[in-house]
Design a protein around this ligand. Structure first.
Ligand code: 5RP
Length: 239
């Protein structure tokens, strides 16, 4: 009984912390902005809050979704959408993260949206990240594998090259669907265990040289501000 209570308390503080940082991050959104909409459960609170402010009439923005999840949620929340073709420069993106270090480097892609998330983030003038404090790590790779999006044709050759770099790749399999997860771009994802990563920038470059690797979940030098939710407040990390 006590064990369950503790577990429920942990679940609920994290959800509350995620909501708190989402509301804080939405304060960066200004009227008339074109905003990149992130993916995952924390970014979902951001999209819902932007939608709420728009329905209330206190904010008008256009959104560029980073995944089919973000797109559907934005539509349901009443946020009008646009594309990078129409707006190649975004005012802001707010997104989640799977791991963040003190330099603001990150691992992303737990939801399989890493490629579009990186494109949307690289198009944005400001990148704000929202997560609960359990995502803060000393070194990337400590608690989360590095997702790598791979062209299906290159699965065997690319995973062999990833092993040569010292990684242990695992093809991501679906829940609610047998077989491999297929991304919004029609590709596979391998989650690669590299252990604690000493030089994430170099690893990112080496992975990107492998033929068939579309993108990696290593987001280096991309975040400007990170809000981390604690049980009793918020930590703000800034570049
Ligand atoms: C999806 C992502 C998410 O932002 C990341 O997985 C964090 O998700 P959550 O807020 O649900 O923990 O990178 O590809």
């Amino acid at each position: 009984m006590g064990k369950w209570k503790l577990r429920l308390e942990k679940v609920s503080w994290r959800e509350e912390a995620k909501k708190r940082v989402a509301l804080e991050a939405v304060k960066h959104v200004e009227d008339g902005f074109v905003v990149g909409l992130g993916s995952g459960s924390t970014a979902a609170y951001v999209i819902q809050e932007i939608g709420r402010l728009m329905r209330q009439g206190s904010l008008r923005v256009l959104g560029v979704p980073s995944s089919s999840q973000a797109m559907l949620l934005a539509v349901r929340s009443g946020i009008p959408l646009t594309t990078l073709d129409e707006y190649p420069t975004l005012d802001l993106v707010i997104d989640g993260a799977d791991e963040v270090d003190k330099k603001l480097d990150m691992i992303k892609g737990g939801g399989g949206a890493l490629t579009r998330e990186k494109i949307v983030a690289s198009a944005a003038k400001q990148v704000v990240i929202v997560a609960d404090e359990t995502k803060l790590v000393e070194k990337l790779g400590t608690s989360f594998r590095v997702p790598v999006e791979i062209l299906p044709f290159a699965l065997a050759t690319a995973t062999a090259s990833i092993k040569e770099l010292g990684g242990k790749p695992l093809l991501r399999e679906g829940k609610g669907k047998v077989g491999a997860v297929v991304t919004d771009n029609g590709n596979y994802i391998v989650d690669v265990d590299f252990g604690a990563i000493t030089d994430a920038e170099e690893l990112n470059q080496l992975l990107k040289l492998i033929p068939g690797v579309i993108e990696t979940g290593l987001f280096i030098g991309i975040a400007d501000i990170v809000y981390l939710g604690k049980p009793d407040g918020i930590i703000k990390l800034e570049k």
